[in-house]
Design a protein. Structure first.
Lengths: 111, 113
């Protein structure tokens, strides 16, 4: 079955530092990945996505890296701000109609 | 352009009762997916609706059912509620096939007592 896991359930960083959130997936057939941010009391919010034909994609202050060899995904947030405090989920899709979400990593930014 | 709206925001039901949750999709989106998110967990796929028909289902029993209407809005119905059904129920709309990912609503917090 599908398994999407995160290495660390919680992460604390100082404001202004860079954050790295990791995610492992088990289905080698997965070809589309998304990182979501979920703030308290809200639904998940799309951050950035990447397809399996790429190994890196950059957005505004965020970068996603995909290593298909070891089935690992990471989200890098540059110059982390207090507003980045949230739970971050990776989600994978294998060309079907459902996304499989990991358990989530709680990011706390210390002012 | 409006986002995804869900109602109600909170709901308390008694074990054995039935519940209906509602979702209006984002403008231009024709596909609606429902997810269950237990406390401290990631969302779990319940099912997806496209063109008013179920278009895929996760590992949920038949007492979880849904509808999609011609305006792409959707309902999630749960019969014979159990205590473990207590969760945040998320609706997400997307273009066909989930291209570009989902736009999620803020969810309905269901508590079964």
């Amino acid at each position: 079955g599908e398994s999407v896991g995160l290495h660390l359930p919680t992460l604390s960083v100082q404001e202004g530092d860079n954050s790295i959130i990791n995610c492992a997936y088990s289905n080698s057939a997965s070809d589309y990945f998304i990182w979501y941010k979920q703030e308290s009391g809200k639904g998940p919010q799309f951050i950035i996505d990447i397809r399996s034909n790429m190994d890196k994609r950059q957005g505004q202050r965020v970068t996603v890296l995909l290593n298909k060899t070891v089935k690992h995904l990471s989200l890098q947030i540059a110059a982390t701000q207090p507003g980045d405090s949230a739970v971050y989920f990776c989600a994978e899709n294998n060309n079907g109609n459902q996304f499989y979400f990991g358990t989530g990593t709680s990011l706390t930014v210390i002012p | 352009e409006t986002g995804v709206t869900q109602s109600p925001t909170h709901l308390i039901k008694t074990r054995g009762q039935q519940v209906t949750l509602r979702c209006s999709s984002q403008s231009g989106h024709n596909t609606v997916s429902w997810y269950q998110q237990a406390l401290g967990q990631g969302p779990q796929f319940i099912f997806q609706y496209y063109r008013e028909e179920e278009n895929g289902r996760g590992n949920f029993p038949p007492r979880f059912s849904g509808l999609q209407f011609p305006n792409y809005s959707s309902e999630l119905n749960v019969n014979a509620l159990e205590l473990d059904d207590s969760a945040l129920y998320l609706c997400a709309s997307s273009l066909e096939g989930g291209s570009g990912g989902y736009t999620f609503g803020s969810g309905t917090r269901l508590t079964v007592v």
